[in-house]
Design a protein around this ligand. Structure first.
Ligand SMILES: [Zn+2]
Ligand SMILES: [Zn+2]
Length: 280
């Protein structure tokens, strides 16, 4: 922990992008609460810098319901629903009830993917909790296939365990690794399976050279960008709340790293989001 007191204020919007992009994974309600800014303002301030589409990700039942409500209210927003692996591990006797509600919400037309689901052995270390994560992950894979929806993976400290589950259960047609956290070898494994790899602002942190090496290997047609706001704020605002209006910082960083013209990268990222989520 830094001794410096954290600045809780939302950083100002980044310079606008020359062409629209999509924030492929964010948490609007959490960001609004964290940064004390209304959701409508977050959506509008994102639009002004070129972030014309936002994917609002639910992590537990109430939050999924809110994401669906945001998608109904704002044309720029679509929703995804799932019980986050760490919430699944803590659900106890409520688990089956939660899953029944997720299955119902997943049928709303605003819901365009199932996620975030997967394995998180970083936050959940007890064997019983991990066992629950395995079971709930398989359940979400089945749900995505049954509804014909893409699957959005959350995975931390469980790279190859996650691939094993996907291989064993049979992955849906479209899989995205949100907040990609592996190295170049793991990126090749994922890309080789046809998955989309999504990078947030932590790609800009000095210590994360392994993420930049992973980024270097990703086929351009499988690359996505996200904020995972309010977390993982890109440099130079690390430590302050994140929001979709900061994604241009990450996009510019990726353009430079991959040696691409900024407008060209924006168009690639935007088209990739359409390939994965469909049009909106
Ligand atoms: Zn996540
Ligand atoms: Zn997330």
């Amino acid at each position: 922990m830094s001794k410096k007191k954290r600045d809780p204020s939302l950083p100002p919007p980044a310079d606008p992008l020359p062409s629209p992009v999509t924030d492929a994974h964010t948490h609007l309600a959490m960001t609004a609460e964290f940064a004390s800014v209304p959701v409508a303002e977050l959506v509008e301030s994102a639009r002004r810098v070129g972030v014309c589409r936002i994917v609002d990700v639910g992590t537990e039942v109430a939050d999924c319901r809110t994401a669906v409500a945001h998608a109904s209210e704002f044309p720029a927003v679509i929703a995804t629903v799932a019980l986050h692996p760490n919430d699944a591990a803590r659900a106890g006797a409520e688990l089956d009830g939660y899953l029944a509600e997720i299955a119902q919400l997943a049928q709303c037309p605003q819901v365009r993917a199932i996620g975030e689901t997967g394995l998180d052995f970083y936050r959940t270390k007890d064997p019983e909790g991990q066992e629950t994560q395995y079971r709930v992950f398989a359940w979400h894979i089945e749900l995505a296939k049954r509804l014909g929806l893409p699957l959005m993976i959350h995975e931390r400290d469980a790279h190859y365990e996650t691939l094993q589950v996907l291989d064993a259960e049979g992955a849906p047609a479209k899989v995205m690794m949100h907040c990609f956290s592996g190295d170049a070898a793991f990126a090749r494994e994922c890309a080789g399976r046809g998955y989309w790899l999504s990078f947030p602002g932590n790609i800009t942190y000095p210590a994360n050279e392994y993420l930049r090496e992973a980024l270097d290997t990703v086929p351009l047609g499988q690359l996505l960008v996200e904020t995972d706001a309010p977390f993982l704020t890109p440099a130079p605002y690390r430590g302050r709340p994140n929001a979709a209006h900061l994604i241009p910082l990450t996009v510019r960083f990726i353009a430079q790293r991959r040696g691409l013209e900024l407008g060209e990268l924006c168009r690639i990222l935007h088209n990739n989001a359409t390939s994965y989520f469909g049009e909106w």
